[in-house]
Design a protein around this ligand. Structure first.
Ligand SMILES: [Fe+2]
Ligand SMILES: [Fe+2]
Length: 267
């Protein structure tokens, strides 16, 4: 029920006027910044955050030195891939992991591009908002780097292209101003959030649950979907819908994202 309502809510969000937005969306946390492990980096050349207790992603992230011992998952859940999948299930699993790693790479580069512009400006609060969202994407890419290895999935061959395209989109919209940058975030996070949602539904529909990596993957997709919705909230709160030509800009960026998703699932 909740998953279905997300898709319709995010669609409404694209159309919602700012005054109705607060009635539709959740509170988003502007909680403390993440703490990063002292070593290691992701495939997006970003830091790796420590695990947050009680989140599914903690299965793949380093625990904070001072944290109590994490709940022990079966090693199968994080270290092996199901061997009894049908060809259709295997294809779906590979598509999900390949496209999500590519999407998270793109998201990291978009925020990196926006931050590169805003960090040079006078509005430090804006740079901090973008930094906070970028830090969330660092968690996502760190987890998908682990998943792609665990499930022995080939990364997208278009990794270099998405890096350039993501940074250019982020920096380009930031150069147009805060509202255009937030409109970019709104469009991208809507598409990615809906995409995660459809993947959760596909896993529920298509997969047996006797291998523990599959329910764990589903929980991670749900966690990340909610993170993306939080970024979407942030963008609308920061006047994304007040940018000139908002509908056109949103449609163009969303179409680009959907095209990139379609290509990255297979290539
Ligand atoms: Fe993300
Ligand atoms: Fe995001």
């Amino acid at each position: 029920m909740a998953m279905r309502s997300f898709a319709s809510t995010s669609t409404l969000l694209l159309r919602a006027r700012p005054c109705t937005f607060t009635l539709l969306c959740r509170h988003h946390s502007s909680g403390p910044p993440p703490i990063f492990a002292p070593s290691g980096s992701t495939s997006a050349h970003t830091e790796i955050p420590y695990a947050e207790p009680n989140l599914a992603s903690s299965a793949y992230l380093p625990p904070q030195p001072s944290a109590p011992p994490p709940e022990q998952l079966s090693p199968e859940a994080t270290q092996s891939t199901p061997l009894d999948l049908t060809p259709e299930q295997r294809r779906l699993l590979e598509e999900i992991i390949r496209v999500d790693q590519a999407g998270e790479l793109g998201a990291n580069l978009i925020y990196q591009g926006q931050h590169a512009v805003f960090a040079r400006g006078k509005d430090k609060k804006l740079a901090d908002i973008v930094q906070h969202m970028w830090d969330g994407e660092k968690k996502h890419i760190a987890v998908f780097d682990k998943l792609i290895t665990q499930h022995d999935v080939r990364p997208t061959a278009l990794y270099p292209l998405w890096k350039v395209a993501g940074f250019a989109l982020g920096a380009g919209t930031a150069l147009l101003g805060k509202r255009a940058a937030m409109a970019c975030t709104e469009a991208v996070e809507t598409v990615i959030g809906e995409h995660y949602n459809s993947q959760v539904e596909a896993l529920l529909r298509t997969f047996p649950t006797n291998h523990p990596s599959i329910p764990l993957l589903r929980q991670i997709l749900q966690e990340f979907r909610d993170d993306e919705l939080e970024h979407l909230d942030t963008a609308v709160e920061n006047e994304s819908q007040m940018t000139p030509h908002h509908a056109l800009l949103s449609a163009l960026i969303a179409a680009g994202c959907r095209g990139a998703i379609g290509v990255s699932e297979r290539v």
